[in-house]
Design a protein around this ligand. Structure first.
Ligand code: SAH
Ligand code: F3S
Length: 486
């Protein structure tokens, strides 16, 4: 019987991506996925420490695993991700039933480390940053089985020092992947059925690669030393099968005219950007060490918005940063209105160890943080609703990802598929009786209704390109009842 693993993921997309790579590394060594923790020979908890709540959740999760380990002493327990990097040896002291503590740069070593553990090696901590020869694990897609929408890492670490953020401590300094490796991975994914790629990095648009042509010369006033726009052009040029290209998350500092030009000129580039702002108050932006002013952010955001008439922006906002007054918070709300974000992620400030802001007095009461967050969400919801309503009656191009989660909840028995527009709005599409829409198909859809966070549309026509995948049995199960490729 093959050995079985379970990877439990907390936190961001980067973590989900790391979890997928760990699963692939294990599979390459003969492991298979466990359906339940009771049948697992290895459990990996891939952790997040960006806010305190996530870290607390992890500690109780680790605690729960102690009884499982007591019942099954052969079980290997590993903690990976940002808390592993941050706490190292301290985690073993806190939870002696753990066997492995593995930092984000050490996940490739997982199969070998687990092998040693199964032979009785003492508990290990591996949290070394790979500064000299940074490694980026590529996806290993099976033919026809790659997800329609996939994530590809282009850099790791972060050189910014936002005063609230623990990421530079847990993920180390910036290291860039070679553009060749990036293009190769995307090409392999597209050959295996992927149609949309999101490039991932902490400051994804600070990308540099000496092999690329274009900037990296001393920047002019409006220019930026980053070569991210060149990377986008390279990908679009070399991978004709790619239908859509997105990236997350850019830093406003590297959001240049060249990037806006790339948006205007590269047809596969999404008409949407998630551009974290954090606050609309200059005083708070300064204390956050974001390295831009409100006016500079607005200029950069407008550059992007000017690339297309239907371009949209979303953002991240922290409320209750130390010293944030009502007036500062009002300035944030005002900015949300001024830019017209179509959606946002809002967070209450959470004091993190090893961050410059941890020395500031966390002086905004919890109650005030909650009130501000509720007001922020109320505004954001209203803007989302207003935006979605403008799309009713229009025709949108939707990249179909699979069966709609809404299908299961409908009494009518009507089958829905789900996909996204070029701006990332989710669209549920009623599947016509006489035709079938496969994942990866590009559909022209008339929008007939706006839900709270998604759209409902009626198919006008769809196109499945010659390279579109036939569904593997596993996917047919997952996507049923969307049948066979046309
Ligand atoms: N550059 C990263 C940001 C990682 S953290 C990216 O690519 O998304 C994601 C978001 O969490 C940040 O944009 C910020 O809004 C929020 N965040 C980070 N540290 C925080 C803290 N200490 N308290 C509350 N929110 C925080
Ligand atoms: Fe964190 Fe700021 Fe970098 S939010 S990941 S330090 S850009």
């Amino acid at each position: 019987m093959p050995l079985r693993y379970l990877v439990h993921t907390f936190g961001c997309q980067m973590n989900a991506h790391d979890s997928d790579r760990m699963a692939e590394a294990l599979k390459a060594h003969g492991w298979s996925a466990a359906r339940h923790r009771d049948e697992a020979d290895l459990i990996v908890i891939n952790t997040c420490s960006v806010r305190e709540k996530a870290e607390q959740k992890l500690r109780s999760e680790i605690g729960r695993l102690a009884s499982l380990k007591a019942r099954n002493p052969g079980l290997v327990l590993a903690v990976s991700g940002c808390v592993a990097q941050q706490e190292g040896e301290k985690l073993l002291a806190f939870a002696p039933h753990l066997d492995l503590v593995i930092g984000p740069d050490n996940i490739a070593e997982l199969p070998a480390l687990v092998f040693d553990q199964r032979l009785g090696a003492p508990a290990r901590v591996r949290t070394a940053f790979d500064m000299d020869a940074p490694r980026f694990l590529a996806a290993i897609p099976s033919p026809g089985k790659a997800p329609v929408s996939a994530f590809v890492t282009t850099m790791k670490g972060c050189d910014e020092r936002c005063s609230f953020c623990i990421v530079p401590h847990t993920r180390g300094p910036e290291r860039y992947r070679s553009s060749r490796e990036i293009v190769d991975e995307i090409a392999r994914l597209v050959d295996s059925g992927t149609r949309e790629v999101t490039l991932l990095g902490q400051t994804v648009n600070s990308f540099r690669d000496s092999a690329l042509e274009g900037p990296s010369r001393p920047p002019a006033a409006d220019c930026d030393e980053s070569q991210f726009p060149e990377l986008l052009r390279l990908i679009a040029r070399h991978i004709p099968g790619l239908k859509r290209l997105r990236y997350a998350s850019p830093h406003p500092r590297h959001t240049s005219q060249a990037l806006a030009r790339a948006h205007a000129e590269i047809s596969i580039l999404a008409h949407h950007v998630h551009l974290p702002v954090q606050s609309g108050s200059d005083r708070i932006l300064k204390r956050m060490i974001r390295r831009y002013s409100r006016a500079e952010y607005i200029t950069r955001a407008r550059l992007l918005l000017s690339a297309h008439s239907d371009m949209t922006l979303s953002t991240d906002i922290i409320v209750g940063f130390p010293g944030e007054t009502n007036a500062d918070f009002e300035a944030t709300l005002d900015l949300v209105r001024e830019i017209g974000f179509v959606s946002l992620f809002g967070f209450k400030y959470s004091r993190r160890p090893f961050t410059p802001a941890s020395r500031l007095h966390d002086d905004v009461p919890e109650e005030t943080k909650s009130e501000r967050l509720a007001r922020l969400f109320e505004l954001a919801e209203a803007q989302t609703q207003a935006h979605l309503a403008t799309l009713v009656g229009t025709t949108q191009t939707v990249l179909v990802e699979g069966a709609s989660k809404a299908s299961a909840t409908r009494d009518s028995g009507e089958v829905l598929v789900e996909g996204r527009t070029g701006r990332n709005e989710i669209v549920h599409i009623a599947q016509p009786n006489d035709r079938t829409i496969v994942p990866g198909a590009v559909a022209e859809v008339e929008i007939v209704r706006a839900n709270k966070h998604s759209l409902v549309g009626v198919l006008e026509r769809f196109q499945v390109d010659a390279s579109s995948r036939r569904l593997e049995p596993e996917q047919q199960r997952r996507f049923l009842p969307i049948l066979g490729a046309s």
